[in-house]
Ligand binder design. Structure first.
Ligand SMILES: O=c1ccn([C@H]2C[C@H](O)[C@@H](COP(=O)(O)OP(=O)(O)OP(=O)(O)O)O2)c(=O)[nH]1
Length: 146
């Protein structure tokens, strides 16, 4: 089901992101590079996609890792999940590294990450002195045990 209209410019040599399977959340993003790029443990790289989007207000795009590359090669996004704001008009870039002590070669056109379009709330923050009490209170970060 395709239910959100997103304007997109594709300056890359690769296909537009598609939702290949009905119900699939992540649209593939391709490495829009002319030459191989080598990812090294602890080094941060920015991979261009050649993709520019205009999202409706109240939507964001989330850039997420691909689990196959993560499991097999330790490839991970440095920022966890990348946020593409609805008013951003620049090129979508992938901030990436490898956790493995083994170089990873990104080749032109490799499906390097995926993009999920997500609706979000727009919060109005009201500054107060105290928050209401709850059973949990300040307990967190595993306080309830394993
Ligand atoms: O993985 C990412 C993350 C962000 N962006 C782009 C789109 C996003 O709208 C913009 C700014 O991202 P963010 O708000 O996370 O960065 P910031 O460090 O807070 O920068 P800014 O002050 O420009 O908002 O950068 C990407 O292309 N890829």
């Amino acid at each position: 089901m395709k239910n959100v209209k997103v304007e997109i410019i594709n300056k890359s040599k690769y296909p537009l992101p598609e939702y290949a399977t009905i119900g699939s959340a992540g649209a593939d993003l391709y490495a829009n590079i002319d030459e191989d790029m080598i990812l090294r443990q602890g080094e941060i790289s920015l991979i261009p996609t050649g993709i520019y989007i205009k999202l409706p207000v109240g939507y964001e795009a989330q850039i997420r890792a691909r689990s196959g590359l993560s499991l097999k090669h330790g490839v991970t996004l440095v920022n966890g999940i990348g946020t593409i704001d609805s008013d951003y008009r620049g090129e979508i870039g992938i901030i990436i590294t490898t956790l493995k002590n083994e170089p990873f070669r990104v080749t032109p056109g490799m499906k390097i990450a995926q993009m999920v379009i997500s609706k979000h709330e727009i919060a109005e923050f009201t500054e107060v002195e105290n928050l209401d009490e709850t059973d949990r209170g300040k307990g967190g970060f595993g306080h309830s045990g394993v």
